[in-house]
Design a protein. Structure first.
Length: 340
């Protein structure tokens, strides 16, 4: 596994928009404020040509334009890391215009984003043996003040912190809107994690995962090299981190079934499941816990659910491809990431 150098003091942060850009509110104002904050901390800024574009469908520009920006800025020596402007809907269509062999041959650099950016963070690991950060997109860093999760993301990006703790509360209703673009997370709900089995858990393995909405599209395509990845790292084993955006509980169940039957869960050592956006939903007796656990319980590995991963803030940033040491005790958990 290749690990990029951490973002140095006074380094250059590059921004790309292979999914949505920051062309509309509240994202534009938040992104501009984030740049001010980074510049005040001494960083230089490099924005790609699609960062403020809105010519695409479900993404910032045409798939070819987004693909060109993504690979050129990744392979460029003019920036030290890349942060995606945002998530979106159709980043999968960009993949046909990205030369992953060129990226594999380039010096590795950190790429950070989540949601639709699973199409990059996941494939950097499985196709290029290159670690990436599943974490906040650029506009989130414009909030005033930063939630500790944003500090954790920057500390991870700069190498100051590689062990993270779960957060005490999560956001049920956001205050952020067009009139209030810099609103911080409104964390009102106490975090309550679920453990299977329900006892103190310690386990280790190589982190792999992302947003199920995106992952479920990959099996059967030329971008699905997951079984090869799992075989390559079978001595470490895989810890899957998974979360869902638009999927309801039945769709989550179907996604889990699809990934299992694609052979993705071989050599699994455990599962870290984020709160889905449909948190609390029940359909015909199916809830978010049955949707996941009844598919994977046969593997007899630790499963943690309702974690701070994904679309319900705050989100714990994770290094996709790293070795993780997970500890969960009572209602607390930590993830220590190792670069090897």
């Amino acid at each position: 596994m290749r690990y990029p150098a951490f973002l140095p003091p006074n380094g250059t942060i590059g921004f790309v928009a292979p999914s949505f850009g920051c062309a509309t509110e509240p994202y534009k104002s938040a992104f501009l404020n984030a740049q001010k904050k980074w510049k005040a901390d001494g960083y230089r800024i490099q924005t790609g040509p699609n960062c403020y574009a809105e010519q695409g469908i479900g993404i910032s520009n045409t798939p070819s334009a987004c693909g060109e920006e993504l690979q050129d800025y990744y392979c460029s020596r003019e920036n030290d890391c890349l942060i995606s402007c945002g998530g979106g809907e159709l980043m999968c269509e960009v993949l046909d215009y990205v030369d992953f062999e060129r990226i594999k041959e380039a010096a590795p650099k950190w790429y950070m984003g989540y949601s639709d950016n699973t199409n990059m963070t996941f494939l950097l690991a499985t196709l290029c043996d290159t670690a990436a950060i599943y974490g906040p997109c650029a506009a989130a860093f414009g909030m005033e003040p930063w939630h500790p999760a944003l500090n954790d993301a920057m500390d991870l990006l700069t190498g100051k912190k590689l062990e993270l703790q779960g957060y005490d509360r999560w956001e049920k209703e956001s205050l952020k809107n067009e009139e209030n673009p810099l609103a911080p997370y409104q964390v009102t709900e106490p975090s309550v994690i679920r453990k299977f089995p329900d006892r103190t858990l310690d386990f280790s393995g190589r982190l792999l995962g992302g947003c199920m909405d995106c992952l479920v599209n990959l099996p059967g395509t030329g971008y699905d090299k997951v079984r090869d990845f799992a075989e390559r790292y079978q001595e470490d084993g895989i810890i899957w981190f998974l979360e869902a955006c638009d999927l309801n509980v039945m769709s989550i169940r179907r996604a889990m079934w699809q990934m299992e039957h694609a052979g993705w869960f071989s050599h699994c050592k455990g599962f870290l499941i984020g709160r889905p956006l449909c948190h609390g939903q029940e359909m015909m007796g199916m809830d978010q816990y049955r949707a996941v656990y009844e598919v994977i319980r046969k593997y007899d590995v630790p499963v943690l659910m309702d974690l701070d991963i994904g679309h319900i803030p705050p989100m714990m940033p994770l290094i996709c491809g790293s070795i993780a040491h997970v500890h969960a005790e009572e209602n607390h958990y930590s993830v220590k990431m190792e670069r090897r």
